[in-house]
Every structure is written in C-alpha cells, then in structure tokens.
Design a protein around this ligand. Structure first.
Ligand SMILES: CC(C)(COP(=O)(O)OP(=O)(O)OC[C@H]1O[C@@H](n2cnc3c(N)ncnc32)[C@H](O)[C@@H]1OP(=O)(O)O)[C@@H](O)C(=O)NCCC(=O)NCCS
Length: 194
C-alpha cells in the first residue's frame, strides 16, 4: 500500500506532451473542458456552473493527491504550458491493486494522437511506478473514440468487472474494459511505440 505515494508529484513527459499537476490558473481551460457538450456527450456528470466551482474542484483534486488517494494530471503541450485535457487514475483500490482511468481532451485537439500519447505515459506509470495489476476504463459503448484508444492499448471488455458492479446506478449503460499489468509487461515494447 505504501507504493501509492504521489509526492513529489510525478510529472510525465512524451514527445509532444507534459502531464503535470493541476493549478488554479487552469480553471478557465478546465471549465471549458468540463462544460463542453461535445466532451460530455458520453460522460455522465453535472456541468460546472462557474469557473469558481472548477477552482474548488482543482483544490479538492490536489487534496486527494496529497492524501495519495488519486493521481490526476493536466495534459499540456510541452511547448505551450496550457491545459488541453486531463487524465487520471482514480477509484484506486490499494489492496486489490486496481484503479480506474479517466481521460478527456478539448475538442479542437481531438484526432491528433494526443490522448494516445498521454495514455501511453499513464499506463507505463501505473504498471511500472505503481504496483497496479489492473486498470479499468468505464465507457459508453457508442464512444468510438474512447473505445478505439482503449483497444489500441490492449484493453478488453471485462464482463466479470461488469458483473461485480451490476446494479450500481453509476454503471448505467456503460461497459467496462480492463488491462492487466502481466499483459502490459509482455507487450510493452509494442504499446510504447506511439
Ligand atoms: C476519447 C478522447 C480522449 C480521444 O482522444 P484523442 O486524442 O482524440 O484520441 P487519438 O487521436 O489519440 O486517437 C486514438 C484512436 O482513436 C481513434 N479515434 C479518435 N477519434 C475517433 C472518433 N471520433 N471515432 C472513431 N475513432 C476515433 C483514432 O483513429 C485512434 O486510433 P488509430 O491510432 O488506430 O487511428 C477524446 O475523443 C475525448 O476527449 N472525448 C471526450 C471525452 C471522453 O469521452 N472521454 C472518455 C470517457 S470514457
């Protein structure tokens, strides 16, 4: 359990991206992201009513990171330190070594391979720096972009996980896909080539 320590904050970098801690200055971009109809099309959550609510959200996220409960990154382009998306590992079950992944990107950046790069970084971090054995993703079956991204990294439909949470209101019409660390380590040379 002591392996889930997010201090110092784990900045991650890839060819075009820097994944870093959320800051108060991100509230405008994060408000745009979380209130976008296109981004929210398959995400069931309440839209923030103001930037102030988003600022509070940033504070709560950073508190949860300080408590080693979740790890949540702002996705930024390394040449331009502005938030364009987010990616996180949350619902971390430290005894079961399982976590859920979440990701979202401003629509003007869709389809450029950005989340492919970000997800590659986070899977590597989750399976090599953290002792995670399973990373799950809950997604809507019509969310083709999310599914393509997850399939690309070897996630597969996990009906056992779906049975585990059957009846949970939050599942609604979502499906669950998962990826295991064993399987990641076997094929990591293939998935890191993005
Ligand atoms: C899901 C999301 C993060 C994908 O990010 P992205 O940076 O646009 O994805 P990428 O460009 O890296 O593409 C990943 C793969 O998905 C495919 N893809 C991207 N958009 C697609 C779309 N609209 N329809 C079908 N496939 C799509 C790409 O072709 C790529 O596969 P390939 O490399 O085999 O060609 C982005 O669409 C998004 O933010 N959606 C709204 C939020 C959301 O639904 N989050 C997921 C919740 S589970």
């Amino acid at each position: 359990m002591s392996h889930f320590i997010f201090n110092p904050f784990p900045d991650l970098t890839s060819e075009r991206l820097r994944l870093r801690r959320l800051r108060a200055e991100d509230s405008k971009a994060l408000y745009a992201l979380r209130s976008s109809d296109e981004v929210n099309k398959y995400i069931y959550r309440e839209k923030p009513s103001s930037e102030t609510i988003v600022l509070e959200f940033i504070g709560k996220v950073n508190q949860s990171i300080a408590a080693n409960e979740v790890i949540y990154w702002a996705v930024t382009l390394s040449k331009m330190d502005v938030l364009i998306g987010t990616i996180c590992l949350w619902n971390i079950e430290k005894t079961l070594l399982r976590a859920e992944i979440g990701f979202e990107l401003l629509s003007e950046f869709h389809g450029k391979g950005i989340m492919t790069e970000a997800l590659g970084c986070v899977l590597k971090y989750g399976f090599t720096n953290l002792p995670l054995q399973i990373i799950e993703a809950w997604t809507h079956p019509a969310n083709e972009a999310s599914l393509s991204l997850l399939y690309k990294y070897g996630f597969i439909r996990d009906t056992q996980a779906e049975m585990r949470v059957a009846g949970d209101d939050e599942l609604q019409d979502m499906i669950i896909l998962s990826r295991s660390s064993d399987d990641y380590i076997k094929s990591s040379s293939k998935v890191t080539k993005v």
